[in-house]
Design a protein around this ligand. Structure first.
Ligand code: ATP
Ligand code: MG
Length: 312
């Protein structure tokens, strides 16, 4: 990742009458970053992304991509940008290679049969190349959309929920593909509802809620700050051991038959095991829980909804 800004968004707003779909967001995306935009349904992610794609006109604010103001001159950067819309629908009567050839034409690009096959291999659609798009499954249509976004070998990719509808294996394979594209120095802005995906892929995460930013940082920082405590689930305690646990000052809660112990700042799993042993607490087994981006997200967004006001 370099320090060069590929996207700079300043005080961006999109209002539809009383609906403040996007209400004053600012951020910066660097070259070679995977930047993920997260937020509950209706947070304003697609509206933000589609303004960056030049598809919607901002109510106010500024978007610069490759140093160009997109409301002034999108045409000069369009060939460097690839787009997968959230509601992508392929041309029903075209087969995947035909759709790819059509898009290549739009980019003024010559693609040999081999090039087309390679792209189909990348998104795992080779075996479906003789089928018209109408007959592809939901996930296969999504894969075709991703292939079309890649046709122009873009420096910047906008992917609005790229893995929605993909099976588990296809999702993982797409993660690998996105990581490879990033390693080539391309920049990727994606939205997703899969927090594991955002945690694994993102260099930076932007959390939106009700059109505003509520957090922006690397996944690790968000987990540290909002993920909550690490914990251990202690299995197989008998009633006497549970009583002892309650008496021994652990920060704990009951989880069905098991007990959850919270690991304090600076404490290790070994410290807890030693404390259990020295208090003669019997158990069969334990598992450890590290907080995830999903925990951080729930704490962030849930907290915001409950308190009824934004933290920023
Ligand atoms: N063309 C429009 N006219 C009126 N309201 C709109 C329009 N487009 C979006 N909205 C509203 O703006 C808000 C943000 O919508 P948006 O599609 O950007 O959310 P999102 O974060 O992408 O949600 P999801 O996770 O469900 O895709 C919603 O309240 C939506 O109803
Ligand atoms: Mg959306």
């Amino acid at each position: 990742m370099s320090n060069e800004s590929i996207i700079t968004v300043t005080e961006l707003k999109k209002h539809y009458g009383d609906i403040k779909a996007v209400d004053g967001v600012s951020f910066d995306v660097k070259r070679g970053q995977i930047f993920s935009c997260l937020g509950p349904n209706g947070a304003g992610k697609t509206t933000t992304v589609e303004m960056m794609e030049g598809l919607r006109t901002p109510t106010s604010g500024k978007i610069e991509i490759f140093g160009v103001d997109v409301t002034q001159d999108y045409a000069s950067i369009r060939h460097r940008v690839g787009v997968l819309p959230q509601d992508f629908i392929p041309f029903e009567r075209l087969k995947a290679p035909e759709a790819i050839a059509y898009f290549a034409g739009l980019y003024g690009k010559e693609m040999t049969k081999d090039d087309v096959n390679k792209l189909l291999e990348t998104v795992e659609l080779v075996h479906r190349k003789d089928v018209i798009a109408k007959k592809l499954s939901g996930g296969e249509k999504r894969k075709l959309g991703i292939a079309l976004a890649l046709v122009g070998e873009p420096d910047l990719l906008f992917l609005d929920e790229p893995t929605t509808g993909l099976d588990a294996q296809a999702r993982r394979n797409l993660w690998g593909l996105l990581e490879n594209l990033r390693d080539e120095g391309r920049t990727i802005l994606l939205t997703t509802h899969y927090l594991d995906e955002a945690e694994k892929l993102s260099d930076e995460v932007f959390v939106m809620h009700k059109g505003k930013e509520i957090a922006r940082a690397s996944p690790q920082k968000l987990i540290e700050q909002y993920g909550g405590k690490r914990s251990m689930i202690i299995h197989g305690c008998d009633a006497e051991s549970i009583q002892k646990l309650e008496a021994s000052g652990f920060s704990m809660e009951r989880v069905q038959k098991d007990v959850k112990l919270f690991i304090g700042e600076g404490e290790s799993v070994r410290d807890i095991v030693r404390r259990l042993d020295s208090s003669d607490i019997l158990y069969t087994d334990f598992t450890t829980n590290e907080p995830t981006l999903e925990d951080a997200f729930i704490n962030l967004v849930g907290g915001t909804i409950v308190s009824g006001e934004l933290s920023k």
